[in-house]
Design a protein around this ligand. Structure first.
Ligand code: RP5
Length: 166
């Protein structure tokens, strides 16, 4: 399956194009694993109708995971999670004020029943990798590549330890 022509499995959305410098790490991770994805600005506050239709139509369009990043009053991930049963991964985007703590607390403190898997402040890379792991549960070939990636990380630490001993 070609990443560029296949229907997207992961939707990467963000509250503003100003979030893309952070959210691009999620896109990069998805690219590395050849996972078909789409990227779009969807704002809970500036485009509320679009947010509703995006969330409600996502599963029927074939998306399997949504990664939603927002900063400040970061309502996007939680609102999207309230309108779909797809797994939603929230990325707290750090803004100039409050260093992203406001974004983190806005996303992580969801009421019981509406889960959002929240990564660290600015942790879009892990959001992409978590989406890959979710998809990997039903895709042995992708799962094997995730195993290989984990081994690469181990090898890198081993090499650094070898260098420290030299
Ligand atoms: C949030 O407001 C967005 O997710 C963004 O992090 C923040 C600021 O948006 P801009 O004013 O830069 O467009 O909704």
């Amino acid at each position: 399956m070609s990443e560029s022509t296949a229907a997207p499995l992961v939707g990467v959305i963000m509250g503003s194009d100003s979030d893309f410098s952070v959210m691009s790490d999620a896109v990069q991770a998805l690219r590395e694993f050849g996972i078909p994805h789409e990227v779009e600005v969807v704002s809970a506050h500036r485009t509320p109708d679009k947010m509703v239709s995006y969330a409600r139509e996502a599963a029927a369009r074939g998306l399997r995971v949504i990664i939603a990043g927002a900063g400040g009053a970061a309502h996007l991930p939680g609102m999207v999670a309230s309108m779909t049963t797809l797994p939603v991964i929230g990325v707290p985007v750090p803004l100039a004020r409050l260093d992203g703590l406001d974004s983190l607390l806005s996303i992580v403190q969801m009421p019981g029943g509406i889960p959002v898997a929240t990564v660290s402040i600015g942790g879009a890379k892990n959001a992409g990798l978590l989406a890959a792991r979710i998809l990997g549960t039903g895709d042995p070939e992708l799962s094997a590549r995730l195993d290989a990636y984990a081994r690469e990380l181990t090898d890198m630490v081993d090499e650094k330890n070898t260098a420290l001993q030299a």
